[in-house]
Design a protein around this ligand. Sequence first.
Ligand SMILES: CC(=O)SCCNC(=O)CCNC(=O)[C@H](O)C(C)(C)COP(=O)(O)OP(=O)(O)OC[C@H]1O[C@@H](n2cnc3c(N)ncnc32)[C@H](O)[C@@H]1OP(=O)(O)O
Length: 545
Amino acid sequence: MDAHSSHLTAPLRSRSSQTPSPSHSASASATSSIHKRKLSAAEDHAPPFPSSFSDTRDGALTSNDDLESISARGGADSDDSEEFEDVVDDDEEEYDDSSMRNFTATRLENNVGPTGRNTKLKTENPVKVEPSEVGKDGGPGAAGSAAASTPAAVPGIVVKEDTVKSIFTENLQTSGAYCAREESLKKEEEAGKLKFVCVSNDNIDEHMIWLIGLKNIFARQLPNMPKEYIVRLVMDRGHKSVMVIRRNTVVGGITYRPYVSQKFGEIAFCAITSDEQVKGYGTRLMNHLKQHARDMDGLTHFLTYADNNAVGYFNKQGFTKDIFLEKERWHGYIKDYDGGILMECKIDPKLPYTDLSTMIHHQRQAIDEKIRELSNCHIVYPGIDFQKKEAGVPKRIFKLEDILGLREAGWTPDQWGHSRFKIVNASPDGTSNQKLTGFMRSILKAMHDHVDSWPFKEPVDVRDVPDYYDIIRDPMDLKTMTRRVESEQYYVTLEMFLADARRMFANARTYNSPETIYFKCSTRLEAFFSSRVQSGLQSFVKIQQ
Ligand SMILES: CC(=O)SCCNC(=O)CCNC(=O)[C@H](O)C(C)(C)COP(=O)(O)OP(=O)(O)OC[C@H]1O[C@@H](n2cnc3c(N)ncnc32)[C@H](O)[C@@H]1OP(=O)(O)O
């Protein structure tokens, strides 16, 4: 109960990213929230909590008798908190042996025992107490065990190395950012440069140093949380911390409390040091946490009150705002808070969380093989020698059926020149092509003769308009269209002709502003063009429904 209630008497849960990830800095600063615990009726009489710990931290601490009592009882602890302030810069942590010893000697085990405050809270706001089995995991009994003296190696799945190698070398480039990041961190782990450990306050110096490092990161990254509260939970033996350690330095971590009897865990704090954020550590950390919590604690769910600006991160880790876990399993075990958003994540019973990239590679490979069975899209044929003359007209005519792969892709000769427009009274001897050419030629001539056609008669000269081709990537003009018509090869369908004309008009209105003569000419000429096409369509070609 001691540790449990110490958590539950949290005066305030408030997190915000002081140094948010670069990609989210704007939204983070805009949405940094203040969480305020819902007060029970009895607590309404307590001194009001300050609106922000970051602004009024001293006030906040003195307004909370629980934290006050911790400071008072654990004088050395609060001193330590001051000492820790010196090393709170998580990028330049230097650990002082003497402060470490000092801290070890005055750990919070003396401070989180039952107090009047805890008892009061229990009656005011009844909280379910876990059966004694929790001690197996997080209680002091577990702390001195052999398992506790070694950081729990977070289990992963065994994958055949040769298989992985071939899959990775083949697919790594196309495997997406998630897999690439996970895979690169996994390689660092295999090379011994990085490790993920799960420790709790077990009196082992190295673990204590790591826990202090983690506490410093939390203090920096969650500036609205009182440092004493962070210390209390991180050092509480009912809590565990999964940490990223690189070159024996803590990069970040997650502190959680496993409610073993209820099979869920509550994530209390989660942070990565500022200059290592958005590099995939947070994801890998969460994956290690899930695997550890499932395999070592027997948990099936995680709950957390996520800070507003961290909801996106938790979403990407599979957390939802919808809580599916039966209320009786968690209600009363964790506190209600205003401001933070309660989120839940179901831990999959089978997923190889620390080896998801391998699994995804296998899945990709299986899908790829299936696609190959069903289609030929993986076959790459040699390209065609398609040299163009001016206006994009091909230099030499070649038969479509000679294009390798076209028939294999399902093309049949009757699809050639497929158009909605059919020439009226066309005979199969090729006169329809001549009729189409004649139709297009007459429309082009009418446009040439139009008073507004002068800006479109020639391609735009880059010497006159130097930036034109930076803006207009697909230029078009009447001269080019004429060449295409006269080649009698280019416009296989009327749609191709209409598309070129529309592009020419659209380009003019893209580059030029509405008040310019070019813009106006374009609009008028297009109206003329449309009316000519419409009248031609009625007498010359018919539209196939
Ligand atoms: C219960 C609580 O503790 S709530 C408070 C959470 N902690 C904080 O807000 C402290 C400051 N922030 C941090 O310490 C870190 O940014 C963390 C822990 C939130 C995320 O760790 P990172 O190492 O940055 O995460 P990682 O690099 O694995 O990113 C995973 C994905 O989440 C996204 N992401 C990371 N942080 C955030 C965020 N704050 N908001 C939205 N998306 C985010 C990343 O862009 C990435 O997306 P992608 O996979 O589409 O590219």
